[in-house]
Design a binder for this molecule. Structure first.
Ligand SMILES: NC(=O)c1ccc[n+]([C@@H]2O[C@H](COP(=O)([O-])OP(=O)(O)OC[C@H]3O[C@@H](n4cnc5c(N)ncnc54)[C@H](O)[C@@H]3O)[C@@H](O)[C@H]2O)c1
Length: 322
């Protein structure tokens, strides 16, 4: 199979590349390196160094003949998307439309989108399944939903198929140590805790310890990036075999609290890790956990590497190496 990864030099994309390369597929990486890392792109990949906003370059790459396109190229900082929506409109929506239109022009009928749990917004019930209403709380989440809607329209009007993978919180690193550089500008809890462990930050701020959860701190669904990568391989096989479209959640289904993550990091790193309990952040729900039943039933996928220890240990190994 020939797979072209737009945004394939990023944190998740480089792990997706490993999963396809591992089974002998041909992998192309199209990336402008705005946040991607050259040192994490495997040498077997065919590299296209351009922006998805450059329609000519997108079409030239698609000309090389691909069975499946995976679209990971996006800006992903939810907070920034609320102060600079134009930046997100251009890169995430216009950029995606270039790819969707390019695929149509080149008869690539298998498109995998990196979507996000951010499409759901405030949880109305838990665990969140795919039937949960979509009502994004930030512009970033809206861009993902807008891309899904365009994929659905192109599916209806041109018969092109897509799988939208709604990731919960991606975490961890390749356990074999194949990644040489760390995710650029991470804003998630685990990298921040790691930075306290390495001494780059003095303390971790805990936003609220009075939530209605087992230990009072917020609970989120973390899924190991190697599990996410495996889901892309399964989605690609599904698209080529079943020729149907699908939207599925990818989460581990087991929520981890901020407290559990800090405590496990202390255990794995043997570092002190100072914390400061500060007030809750506006709009932060107590708990967000996925149902991944659809991914299991339809794609045969399950999270195999997403235990608390595997997530923290592989992340710490990566932080120590770089
Ligand atoms: N990390 C998460 O927890 C998470 C959760 C849900 C969804 N996602 C989505 O998954 C995808 C990958 O996320 P990531 O964590 O690997 O982020 P990342 O920033 O590491 O990767 C994004 C990649 O896309 C590239 N890129 C961005 N704009 C581009 C453009 N205009 N042209 C070409 N390349 C461009 C970047 O250089 C980078 O290599 C994103 O679409 C993100 O929205 C991530």
């Amino acid at each position: 199979m020939k797979v072209l990864l737009f945004g394939g030099a990023g944190y998740i994309g480089t792990h997706v590349a490993l999963a396809f390369l591992d089974r002998g597929d041909t992998v192309g990486v199209f990336d402008d390196f705005s946040s991607g890392l050259r040192e994490n792109v495997q040498k077997e990949c065919i590299l296209y160094e351009h922006s998805i906003l450059d329609e000519k370059a997108v079409n030239e790459a698609l000309n090389d003949g691909w069975d499946v396109v995976v679209h990971l190229a996006a800006f992903k900082a939810a907070g920034e998307s609320m102060v600079d929506p134009s930046k997100y409109a251009l890169n995430n929506i216009t950029g995606s439309l270039n790819l969707i239109r390019g695929c149509q022009a080149h008869s690539v009928n298998a498109f995998i989108l990196s979507s996000s749990a951010a499409v759901y917004g405030e949880p109305q019930y838990l665990p969140i399944d795919e039937k949960h209403p979509t009502s994004p709380l930030n512009y970033y989440g809206y861009t993902k939903r807008a891309i899904e809607e365009n994929l659905e329209w192109f599916h209806q009007l041109h018969g092109s198929n897509y799988v939208s993978l709604r990731y919960f919180n991606a975490a961890g690193y390749d356990a074999e140590g194949k990644m040489r550089g760390l995710e650029k500008n991470p804003a998630n809890l685990i990298p921040v805790v790691m930075e306290v462990a390495t001494g780059k930050r003095s303390a971790i701020q805990v936003f609220g310890n009075d939530y209605d959860t087992s230990d009072g701190t917020g609970v989120r669904d973390y899924v190991h990036v190697t599990d996410l990568a495996d889901a892309h391989v399964k989605a690609a096989d599904y698209l080529l075999k079943e020729k149907q479209s699908l939207i599925v959640n990818l989460g581990s289904e087991s929520g981890l609290s901020v407290r559990e993550i800090i405590d496990e990091t202390r255990k794995v790193t043997q570092k002190e890790i100072k914390e400061e309990i500060v007030g809750r952040r506006a709009g932060d729900p107590a708990k967000l956990v996925a149902s991944s039943k659809m991914a299991k039933d339809i794609l045969g996928w399950e999270a195999k590497h997403s235990s608390l220890n595997q997530i923290i240990k592989t992340t710490w190994d990566a932080y120590q190496k770089s």
